[in-house]
Design a protein around this ligand. Sequence first.
Ligand code: ADP
Length: 625
Amino acid sequence: MAKKQFKAESKKLMDLMINSIYTNKEIFLRELISNASDAIDKLYYKSLTDDSIKINKKDFKIEISVDENNRTLKITDNGIGMNLEELETNLGTIAKSGSGVFKKENEHKKDIDIIGQFGVGFYSAFMVSDKIEVTSKAYGEKSAHKWVSTGIDGYEIKEANKDNYGTEIILTIKESTEEFDYSEFLNNYKLESIIKKYSDYITYPIVMNKSVRELKDGSEDEYIEKEEETTINDMIPLWKRNKSKIKENDYNTFYSDKFFDYEAPLKVIHTSTEGLVSYNSLLFIPSHPAYDFYTKNYEKGLQLYSSGVLIMEKCAELLPDYYNFVKGVVDSEDLSLNISREILQQDKMLKTIAKSIETKITKELTDMLKNERETYEKFFTTFGTNIKFGVYDNFGANKDKLKDLLMFISSKTKKFITLKEYVDNNKDSDSIYYCCGETIDKIDNLPLVENYKDKDIEILYCTDYMDEFVLQTLMNYNDKKFVNISTSETDLSTDAEKEKLEKHNESSKDLFKTMQEAIPEVSTIRFTNKLKKHPVCLSSKGNVSIEMEKVINAMPTDEKLNAEKVLEINENHEIVKKLENLQKENKEELKKYTKILYAQARLIEGLPIENPTEVSSLICEVLSK
Ligand code: ADP
């Protein structure tokens, strides 16, 4: 039979595996055992909804055995098995999980790292083997097939004999070299320790034939050696174990194995809840977003177990959207095993668990904010947008639960501050001032901000495009209303100052009329006393702010927004005299000045200038006078 070629991507990964100088080669066993365990899960799960499948849960096992003479290591399971087609697609290409991670990480990580950090699955066996033979029989099928590969040049599949359903993998272990002692993978003690290390929590027995010494019948000092099947793993899943006996490293290994993350989680939440429903949960807040977190392929959800048996890989109903970054496992004895997805969605128990989980995550984050500020800030930098989304989503239905988890940058310290901290810092103020912009520096340099700094008023700097929507959803916090300092209505001046300004504006109507002819897109032009040094600024009237205009217009939709713009001119600036003179003497010149001033205001706000060539020649013209 002709050799078949691996898919290009699989080849790349295999090449890495075979030629890897990565020292942590032993993880191949973990990968094969976890595949075997998944295959058993699948069969068991299927048996729950299919009466024709007659199996006894007690018979499930994963066997490991060694033939030192032939240098082979055999891993056998009685799981669901694979038919011809499945052998072809599953082992001829890298499975989804592995390849996605591989591609993404390969962009910026060194090749060698990938192998150790991810569950790259079946292919990792090539790190230690010259040849791999997979004989498999799918449950319920008559024929078995054998897949054989000696590496990168391809694989063959042929019919084979196998009595029982399931999969048997035989690895021919590489000869030892000066650099690496491959023979250790033929040593039972070594294998046992690898299994203990990585696969202790696998819920099916991992058995090995071990030789044990027993006293000979009737003898007191004579022993006989006997081969005996021994279960190596503890089988109690991590989430069911006593918290006090679990080391941080156990959690981290479990997390990286199960959720393919090379970085330790930021927080582990391990709970055991009794009550309306009893469940154990082991939840993780990752340190960074999953590689596909921002794509539409990302699916939220927790693994759902019923009494230690996996019933759903990703149960979305267990997490609210804003906590979609949380990974983990939920195990409840109160959930029926043969529950279908449809029933599950309406299941009252499940809803109760979901609610309880949400409360636990919120509490954990609240505690983190209180007791581990630095960790929380790291969390917020990574997943803060989620919290904001939670406040904003669903017309603010969850805003009260989440508002105290929000943070913004303070104008005073340029560090994160919560709303509560802002209110505590500014007890005398009945407003919470904020200003939006692209970066902290850009906001900090806005002409409008100067006045607030002078008066020692703290401002929240909002650099996330969602911030403004979030604050508008909240409307107020502890009875203090949010005030955007860049709306034209916001005014810090005294009544006397206001009156003086009003008069000045009133008497300058003609001036503004001429100016407006030059920039008809601006709805209002007027003097302001908000500015100190700068001649002009742009603010907005009504519901759409300039920041919102920027955000919405940057989106790839046809819907474009226009904020109602107000050009505010610093009434104490020298330019005012010039403008007033031009109004009397040269209206055409005044219009040119207006265009330049408006362009300046747009620039400062970070808005594009629609006609840069015109503005540029106007500036030159004025400069050359
Ligand atoms: P992953 O486990 O991440 O999906 P692998 O490369 O380890 O990737 O395995 C590819 C696929 O091959 C698995 O998804 C599974 O469908 C199948 N497979 C591997 N080992 C077994 C096994 N022992 N029994 C049944 N199917 C298996």
